[in-house]
Design a protein around this ligand. Sequence first.
Ligand code: ADP
Length: 320
Amino acid sequence: MSKIAILCSGGDVSGMNPAIKQFVEYSIENALTPYLVYDGYEGLIDNNIHPASYADVSGIINRGGTKIRSARSMRFKEPSFRAQAKANLDSHGIDKLVVLGGDGSFRGVEKFYKETGIAFSGIPSTIDNDIAGTDYCLGVDTALNIIQGALDAIRDTASSFKRAFVLEAMGRDCGYLTLVSALTSGAELCLIPEVKYDLKAYERLFKQQIEDGRNYFIAVVSEGVDQSAQEISDWFEDVIGIESRATVLGHIQRGGNPTSRDRLMAYRFVTEAIDGLIAGRKDSVICYNNSRFNYKSIDDVVNKPNVLDPELLRLAKNMM
Ligand code: ADP
């Protein structure tokens, strides 16, 4: 019976646990023996690779993070450790790998495939939604809902106190989380790395709005913009003349129970990944575009600039 393993690499996301559950169940359904690799590529190198049964994945579908943990691995960047990883997989008879991670993880496994012939399917998993070849990455919906909850709570206190609130969202150089969160919370200001901004352009408008009776502002800013949330908050106080607070959500955005969408997407991504491997695909990333799954080569996914959806940008044009 052919053997297949799964691992999580890079930043964890909500949705990895449902993916692991479906991996085990769908593998067994397809006469593959499933293995779990703990601690990402570190676990491949250290032979932390274990056969899995239904019992290993029961009760995890609703949990954030990943039961098999994730890791970054400096050693995996060295050919000698990748050779060790291959020897470990050989010792179990495993010749297929499902990798949940971001583009760094895919670059690593692509090298591994070229050197060893171990076939892989990559599943884009990052809350940043910054992988060029796919519209959706696992974990994004849960992160958006966490941010949404925070913004709804902040709005309550902002409106009670006549304040501006500036919330900093994650996303590295990608403004997706910020853009969608600003739109879905009716923010007054949305600052993202992809769009140049000039706060001066808002001075008159915001002051006028206060005169007209507005008693709070919500601003959502990406961690990747030039100014910090605190600096934007200071601008509200010093220039606009309204008391202001900055909130940096940080790692709260990564956790939480996966939403229905992320659970379903986890199931669908994994099913496509295993189907692809069974069909003989050796080195593909599972992408989701225009509501359909497709298999892409690593080059189509990794070496292209990520572009924000112009339609979303148009919707938000008055807040940035
Ligand atoms: P992400 O997958 O979220 O982009 P990283 O960029 O941190 O996260 O990559 C995760 C892991 O993938 C790294 O710790 C390393 O083990 C492996 N990796 C990344 N780039 C390479 C590479 N060029 N060669 C080999 N392994 C790599």
